[in-house]
Design a protein around this ligand. Structure first.
Ligand code: CP
Length: 318
């Protein structure tokens, strides 16, 4: 593997999950791959899980790790070409990226949607510039439109907990006070569509995701109908994708919060969320604390998804 930004980069999903379970059972068995190799993790946005799990995965593989928070201690970066740089950004990404590439063997990038331009966000301008100009393998630690390390961890978790071959997975929108990107739901939909699962998306009218991510999923605007018979409930907020409301909070309807009453409609479903989660907006205390909540094992699998991706990138280094 050279770069990892979408489900297409991981190949056969059954093989990927099998490898993930092998790595999970023997996470220190591949240390030789990372000796004298350096991972540079670049964060344009905050993180708890991605930062810790990816660093742990790299350490499991024997790698050295450098972490750069671009907005804390580094020069502020201009990202647009053609700008007269007479403002508060003294360095351009087009110099910074190849310089960063000089100090490492692999680069992980976190760069959220900015909501300034849907076109720029959906062209993945930031991570694609790293792929183009760094000279190093690059993997996404959540980009503008996808969060593939999260989705891979979600898939591993579902495979560990499912009791039927083809479970019903329901991704439900839930309210949140701030505008959140579509990266997690886009990516989850992309990965679920690549499995043989029964996959349903439910959200209020106006919160439709981009059609290329919805794919063949069933979209059901009635949340109660969608939840009926679900084996897994995956809650997430996302801001509007469709124009003219791109990147805006257009709905705060707390009747969409996942509660015990909602979970009673399901087939005793497991509750999932990528975290961080706002309690009693997205999900009630009772549900997230219930024995059917698997948010902690789901987060733990972030170490495993990151380790499989790093392992494959290291195996591909010349
Ligand atoms: N789920 C996830 O990516 O968490 P962080 O934003 O804390 O990394």
């Amino acid at each position: 593997m050279r770069n990892f930004t979408t489900v297409n980069d991981i190949g056969d999903l059954k093989d990927a999950v099998k490898e993930a379970l092998e790595v999970k059972a023997n996470r220190f068995g591949y240390k030789h791959l990372g000796v004298d190799k350096t991972l540079l993790m670049i964060f344009f946005n905050s993180s708890l899980r991605t930062r810790l799990s990816t660093q742990k995965a790299a350490m499991n593989l024997g790698m050295n790790v450098i972490v750069l928070d671009v907005n804390q201690g580094a020069w502020k970066l201009e990202t647009e070409r053609g700008v007269i740089m007479d403002g508060d950004k003294p360095e351009h990404l087009l110099e910074a990226i190849p310089v960063m590439g000089c100090y490492c063997d692999v680069i992980g990038v976190r760069s959220f949607a900015r909501f300034e331009s849907k076109k720029d966000d959906y062209e993945e301008r930031i991570i694609n510039q790293f792929i183009r100009y760094s000279g190093r393998p690059v993997f996404s630690m959540e980009a503008a439109t996808r969060h593939p390390l999260q989705s891979f961890a979600d898939l591993i978790t579902i495979e560990e907990y499912k009791t039927v071959e083809r479970p019903k997975i329901v991704m439900t929108w839930a309210p949140h006070p701030k505008a959140l990107p579509q990266a997690v739901p886009n990516s989850f939909a992309e990965w679920m569509n690549a499995t043989g699962y029964d996959f349903v998306i439910t959200h209020p009218k106006g919160n439709e995701l981009a059609p290329e991510f919805v794919g063949n999923a069933v979209v059901e605007y009635d949340q109660a109908k969608a939840l009926a018979g679900a084996d897994f409930v995956y809650a997430k907020n996302w801001s509007a994708y469709t124009d003219p409301n791109y990147g805006q909070v257009i709905n705060l309807d707390r009747s969409w919060t996942v509660t015990t009453e909602k979970m009673a409609l399901t087939n005793n479903a497991y509750f999932m969320h990528c975290l961080p989660v706002r309690r009693n907006m997205i999900v009630s205390d009772d549900v997230i604390e219930s024995e059917r909540s698997i948010v902690i094992p789901e987060a733990a699998n972030r170490e495993i998804s990151a380790q499989v991706v790093l392992k494959r990138i290291l195996e591909g280094l010349k």
